[in-house]
Design a protein around this ligand. Structure first.
Ligand SMILES: Nc1nc2c(c(=O)[nH]1)N[C@H]1C(S)=C(S)[C@@H](COP(=O)(O)O)O[C@H]1N2
Ligand SMILES: [Mo]
Length: 163
């Protein structure tokens, strides 16, 4: 009987792991105090905001999601008062499902340095992002080209250039 219960428990446990593994999420790690895994539902509970992005053909779309700054603060990256001295050589590497990668200096995301909000978006015009752009997309307003608005984001890695 004991073995039987244990078997059932193992089955449920692995089923849950499979379900979680299959559910879209982003990982935040590297030079942070608390590495995070964020699922879509976690983003919905955070402080949400919007940003506009003009695409290649010139049409503007409103995206909604969470400021990357909020995510970095939650992960315990050196933001705000801690973003000085050596920490100004820190960067964030954004990795995507198709292998695309873009980099920002941490200071580009800090409200002590800029008023621009770079968003990790999960909605466009109120709807989930299309499969080939989502479920999570970076929205980088105020740039001449949308090239750093990386789509299908899977990881945010904080790095430090030591030398
Ligand atoms: N993951 C990923 N994101 C990406 C790219 C890419 O190839 N892969 N291309 C970038 C470039 S160069 C542009 S111009 C925009 C195009 O986005 P859109 O097709 O949604 O307008 O996405 C950016 N984000
Ligand atoms: Mo592009």
């Amino acid at each position: 009987m004991k073995h039987y219960c244990f078997f059932i428990f193992l089955c449920l446990f692995s089923l849950q792991s499979v379900a979680q593994g299959g559910e879209a999420h982003i990982k935040v790690y590297g030079e942070v105090a608390k590495p995070l895994t964020l699922y879509g539902r976690d983003l919905l509970k955070m402080n949400r905001t919007t940003a506009d992005l003009k695409d290649h053909d010139g049409s503007t779309h409103t995206y909604a999601g969470v400021a990357v700054k909020e995510i970095l603060e939650m992960a315990g990256a050196t933001m705000g008062d801690a973003l000085r001295g050596k920490n100004l050589a820190k960067y964030i590497l954004v990795k995507c499902a198709d292998g695309y990668r873009v980099v920002f200096a941490l200071a580009e995301l800090d409200s002590g340095f800029t008023d621009r909000t770079i968003l990790l978006a999960d909605r466009v015009e109120g709807k989930p992002l299309p499969d080939n752009r989502g479920p999570f997309r970076l929205v980088v307003p105020g740039e001449k080209r949308p090239a750093r608005s990386a789509y299908q984001v899977t990881e945010l890695v904080v790095g430090f250039i030591a030398e």
